[in-house]
Design a protein around this ligand. Structure first.
Ligand SMILES: Nc1ncnc2c1ncn2[C@@H]1O[C@H](COP(=O)(O)OP(=O)(O)OP(=O)(O)O)[C@@H](O)[C@H]1O
Ligand SMILES: [Mg+2]
Length: 363
């Protein structure tokens, strides 16, 4: 997957900018607040997802305009393609000049992964962010997983409501069985999918992290279950989760909350045997989060045959020269966009293109 040309009009602080990137590393550099991240955000929107900054559509339009227009020429699946986006009230897409009924219809046409400073929360914050990462990554490859997840969440909230009701309506006790059977079924599917995904992701993440750290450090990722539920097959796993739920009833009725299941699980990230969250340095945490994101891209490549474009926002800060050099010069056969403030990074770029951004313009 390669961007051939991008045109951005009245988007954020960018009045009009055109870039024709190369097929390898593209650096967008410039001082603070010039529009570098805005440019990556513009590219990202062509995945059909919402802004990675969590912004509303209306915030994307330039303050002095009523409409933002973005046009992307790219090659994918062996063909030259075009995506056209107009943001006016909502986002309206055309794929190869054909109007699309909704943003979700273009998902999968243009593939990208993004790493921005907000993604450091993947390593630094609590398990919620890591479960979210896993759930979104798996859903993208297997939409059925998203359905299972939503069914699990529904069953979970039903059991939680029931746990609270039991304080006043003890006659409802037997209905716990129904919700626990459902929960155990969906939980088993979620755990199996997550474990499978992590097992494959792990090899990619290891390889990338080894590259970033010049082979000096080793990363290990694995699925962490607070109450380990295992099983040699679907049925055994189901039975084991059901038994765990049954055993937790007493405590759960007191707290009014389901204490076991995949909604409590985590993705464990260890660097040289130590928790990256608790002991990792800033550079190590950044390297780990980046490795997870690039590993996610490798998984997409395996699944679709297409290498997603990598959008790396402000990835260089806190990294030493050796690590920066790896990112600039060792990510091969892959179109990458990197934003940074330091023009010296450009001097270290062996192959690739550099664009300077100033006041919303490429100069
Ligand atoms: N809708 C908008 N209309 C006009 N300007 C906007 C809009 N949204 C954001 N901006 C401005 O765009 C500017 C550039 O933002 P951006 O985040 O791209 O900077 P940056 O070059 O990545 O800077 P940094 O190096 O600090 O990360 C900000 O100063 C912001 O005020
Ligand atoms: Mg920025």
């Amino acid at each position: 997957m390669n961007i051939k040309k991008l045109e951005v009009v009245s988007f954020r602080n960018i009045k009009n900018a055109i870039i024709e990137p190369c097929e390898s590393v593209n650096i967008i550099y410039g001082k603070n607040a010039q529009g570098k991240t805005n440019m990556l955000e513009g590219i990202w929107l062509f995945t059909g997802c919402r802004s990675f900054r969590g912004s509303k559509d209306s915030e994307l339009i330039n303050f002095n305009s009523s409409k933002a227009v973005l046009n992307l020429d790219f090659s994918a699946y062996g063909r030259e393609q075009n995506l056209h986006l107009e943001i006016e009230g909502s986002r309206k897409f055309h794929l190869n000049s054909i109007k699309q009924p909704s943003a979700s219809k273009i998902m999968g046409e243009f593939l990208a992964v993004v790493f921005s400073p907000v993604h450091l929360s993947l390593v630094k914050d609590g398990p919620f962010e890591r479960r979210r990462f896993l759930d979104i990554a798996i859903s993208q490859l297997k939409p059925k997983y998203a359905v299972t997840l939503s069914q699990y969440n529904k069953a979970l909230s039903q059991r939680n409501i029931l746990l609270k009701d039991l304080a006043y309506h003890s006659e409802l006790y037997d209905t716990l069985d129904i919700w626990e059977e459902r929960l155990a079924f969906y939980a088993g599917e979620i755990i199996r999918q997550r474990v499978g995904y992590i097992n494959s992701l792990s090899n990619h993440v290891k390889e990338i992290y080894q590259g970033i750290s010049s082979g000096k450090e080793e990363i290990e990722i694995s699925y962490y279950q607070q109450c380990p539920a295992v099983g040699k097959d679907r049925q055994e796993l189901y039975e084991n989760i059901k038994a765990l739920l049954y055993a937790s009833r007493k405590g759960d009725i007191i707290t009014g909350f389901t204490s076991v299941g995949p909604h409590r699980d985590d993705l464990s990230i260890k660097i040289d045997g130590l928790s990256a969250r608790s002991y990792g340095s800033q550079g190590q945490q950044r390297s780990a989060a980046l490795s997870l994101k690039l590993g996610e891209a490798a998984m997409i490549k395996n699944f679709t045959g297409q290498q997603p474009v990598a959008l790396l926002d402000d990835v260089m800060s806190e990294l030493d020269e050796e690590r920066q050099n790896y990112i600039l010069n060792h990510i091969k056969n892959w179109q990458v966009f990197i934003t940074c403030c330091d023009p010296n990074s450009v001097a270290n770029l062996k192959y690739g293109k550099a664009f300077e951004m100033k006041e919303g313009k490429i100069i």
